[in-house]
Structure formats: C-alpha cells, structure tokens
Ligand binder design. Structure first.
Ligand SMILES: Cc1ncc(COP(=O)(O)O)c(C=O)c1O
Length: 431
C-alpha cells in the first residue's frame, strides 16, 4: 500500500477523513445535496445573495462586457474598470480612503499579514484565528506570538516584552469563524495604540452580517477608522468570490507593492467582481437584510437552547454545537442529514482536538419556522447517536488561563511538531 493510502487510512481511523458532498443547483436556503433535498445550515451565503437575480444578472452582464477572466495579475494588465469601481464602492462602504481587491480571503490574509510583518518583528495572533491568518504568519519573516483566545492580559503580557524598535502587528478575526463570538475590538485598538502596533481585523464573517447596515464588527464597535487594515471577503455575505483590504491610501499603495498573493496571482474575474458589486448595492439599498439575519440567528439560538444546547458562546449567525469527539460529530451530522438538515461536522485541525462540532450557519433567507424545525431535528439526531445536547464538557472557545504564560513562537518552535496527520493541528493550535 502506498504512503498516501496509509495516511488516508490513518485519517479514517481517527474520524478525520473528509469527502466533498455535492449540491445540485444554486446555493439557496434549501438545496439538493447528493440527490437529497435538505435545509442548508452550513453555508456562508449569509444574506442569500449568491443566487439573487440581480447578482446573477450583474455577473452575466459582466461576462458579456468584460469577458470571464482578467488575464493577468493586477500589476501587469489585470486591473480593469470593474475592479476599480468595486474598490471605490468598498472603500466608501468601509468608511476608508482606499481598498485593494484580492483573489480570495485566504489570499488577502496571507498577503496582508506577511506584508506587514517585518523581519525581526512580532505578529500577535489570536489562538482561534482562521487558518489563512496562521499561514500568513508562517509566510512572514517575523516571529509569531499566539495569545489565548480573546485574552487581552495575555496579549498585553506579550506586547510588554517587545524590544525597543521591534515592529508589532496584532491580527484577529472580527467574528470568529468556528465559534461565532466577536473579538474585543475596542480593547485591541487601545492596546495597539499603547504599544504602537498595527492592527489587522479579518471581517470575513462580519461584513454584511453584523453591525449597522451590515458594515461589520469594526463598525459595530465604532473603531473602523482606527484599524490599519480591515480584510473582508466577497465569498460569504456578498455572495460571490474574492476579497479586499480596506485601509488608507499609503497602506493600499504598500500592499500593492508588497502583498505577494496580489502581485503574483491573476486578478479576480470580472463576473465575480460585478456580482459582488451588485450584492453590495443590494445591501446598501436593503440594510435590513443584516438585521433579518441576526433575528434569524437569535431565533435559532433560542430554539437550540430550549432543547438543551449551550449556545451561550455565540453572538452571531455562526452557532457551534460542540459534541467533542470527531467521529461522533460525523455521526450526528449524518443523522441530521437523515432528518433533512445539513449542518457540517467540523473537526481538527479546523478546530482544537476534543471540540469537534456541528457548525451551524444561519441565512437571512431561512424562515424562523425552518430554523426551529431544524433545531428539533438536530437535537433528535444527537439523541439518536447517544449524545445529550449540551453534554459536552468543553466550551467552544476555551477560557483563558488564570495567569498568562509565554507561548513558543510559530517561527521558532521549541520542539518539532509531532509526525503524522496532526502536524498541521499541532502547529496551528498549540504553537
Ligand atoms: C475568518 C476567515 N477568514 C478568511 C477566510 C477565507 O476567505 P475565502 O473563502 O474568501 O478565501 C475564511 C473562510 O472560510 C474565514 O472563515
């Protein structure tokens, strides 16, 4: 048997094997999944705009007008009028001077973090940040200090140990992608000011979903003008594909000159850009979409809580149901599918070991009745698998320790990561 097959077998034994399920038709609140009609409860198409007629039409028109591909990187011949138009519109939406489009949120985070982190500097990264931020830290020629989740004391402890003149970047998810909690943004701004650090906030799950008019968690905290770079994606609430960095003019010019995924990758395709622009116009015209999303999220959380689940960690449209064991999470997911609800099981290395979960994602296009019925179906599925809702003894987002401890850096680990399929997990979560 080949080494690859051995590794696949290892993943299967650990309950960590993944396969792709297939959706037929567009990404609506209900889809046909592998031939079976289900309620879709794990899509980031939060506002239901991916299949909105205006968004589809804008993308189709753009394909006819500008073609399907941009043909080159932004810095060669790939910058087209439609890119500039969306950048201007997004800068206004974010209340910033400038905006730079990237190919995806993954690429934007990798590009922004690695561009801002100088050799000899230090990146301060929340322990539950998205993998794209972690990979940006890996690419950066700076060291990384991973502070405990949302633990301001631990972060301050690390910042106090910066050497004179050592550049610092603090980077955090705004809304945490697997837990649905929100970073303490105002406090992070204060620490960034105090220690002369740059602050980057990834609004992947905030843009369009939370804050006034869906302008994100930074706008909700009133600090959008005080963040050096806000990263947002076009692939979630805005129903398309791609991403952006909103910042001031000088920072935009710096990113254009230094962010490698922007320099060395083809510009986003015109239909995706035009689709996102149409979605942004819809959001501006109908800001209540974001309110509807959060009202739906509340209805789902209430229904889940009534059935025994602990959903107290989530304040948003992302609602994790922790079951703990990876294989059990898959069984509950399958049992829920059997009851017509698709809520994907999320396992290590995406989440820390022992916190496998169903990650529920609400859409504005769900009805409250659908969400209440889904909560019942998931509870019944869990019980059928022998799991009592709320019985997991681990919180979704681990509580910070009483006394801050130093963490080894990502750039210079104290000990080699253990061999095997956990390499990535050990690196991402324990480093
Ligand atoms: C917090 C966060 N940042 C960035 C990304 C990457 O965005 P994209 O899907 O546009 O690459 C994701 C995707 O899931 C995410 O959850």
């Amino acid at each position: 048997m080949s080494e690859i097959e051995d590794r696949l077998d290892e993943l299967k034994e650990l309950g960590l094997y993944r396969r792709m399920r297939m959706v037929s038709g567009p990404q609506g609140p209900r889809v046909v999944l592998d031939g079976q009609p289900v309620l879709l409860l794990c899509s980031n198409n939060y506002l239901g705009l991916a299949d909105h007629p205006c968004v589809r039409e804008a993308a189709a028109d753009a394909a006819m007008r500008w073609g399907v591909g941009a043909g080159a990187s932004r810095l060669v011949s790939g910058t087209m009028t439609i890119h500039r138009r969306l950048e201007e519109r997004l800068a206004a939406f974010e209340g910033r001077e400038a905006c730079v489009l990237f190919g995806s949120g993954y690429l934007a985070n990798v590009g922004v973090v690695s561009a801002l982190a100088q050799p000899g500097g230090m990146v301060f990264s929340d322990a539950l940040n998205h993998a794209s931020i972690i990979d940006g830290c890996r690419l950066a020629r700076a060291e990384t200090f991973v502070y405990d989740h949302c633990d301001l004391d631990h972060l301050a402890w690390g910042l106090e140990r910066l050497e004179d003149g050592q550049g610092a970047v603090i980077v955090t998810d705004g809304v945490f992608s697997m837990d649905g909690d929100v970073a303490p943004l105002a406090e992070l701004v204060a620490l960034a000011h105090e220690f002369d650090a740059r602050l980057v906030v990834d609004e992947a799950h905030g843009t369009g979903a939370v804050g006034p008019g869906g302008r994100g968690a930074c706008a909700d905290a009133g600090i959008e003008g005080e963040v050096d770079v806000i990263v947002g994606t076009l692939g979630k609430s805005l129903g398309s594909y791609g991403a952006y960095a909103a910042c001031d003019d000088a920072m935009a010019a710096y990113l254009v000159n230094t962010a490698r995924p922007l320099i060395f990758s083809t510009a986003p395709p015109p239909p995706a850009v035009a689709g996102a622009l149409a979605a942004l116009e819809l959001l501006a015209a109908e800001p209540r979409r974001a309110e509807k999303l959060q009202a739906n999220a509340l209805a789902l959380r209430e229904a889940l809580a009534a059935d025994g689940w602990d959903v107290s960690g989530s304040a948003t449209q992302i609602v994790p149901l922790i079951v703990g064991d990876a294989a059990l999470a898959v069984r509950v997911c399958e049992a829920a599918l059997g009851r017509g609800v698709f809520a994907q099981a999320i396992r290590p290395p995406t989440v820390p070991a022992g916190t496998s979960r169903l990650r529920l994602a609400v859409m504005a296009s769900h009805t409250k009745a659908e969400l209440r019925a889904a909560a019942k179906a998931i509870g019944a599925a869990a019980r059928a698998c022998g799991f009592q809702p709320g019985a997991a003894d681990v919180p979704a987002a681990p509580a910070p320790p009483a006394a801050p401890e130093p963490r080894r850096s990502i750039a210079a680990p104290e000990a080699p990561a253990p061999a095997g399929v956990f390499d990535g997990e050990a690196f991402e979560r324990a480093a």
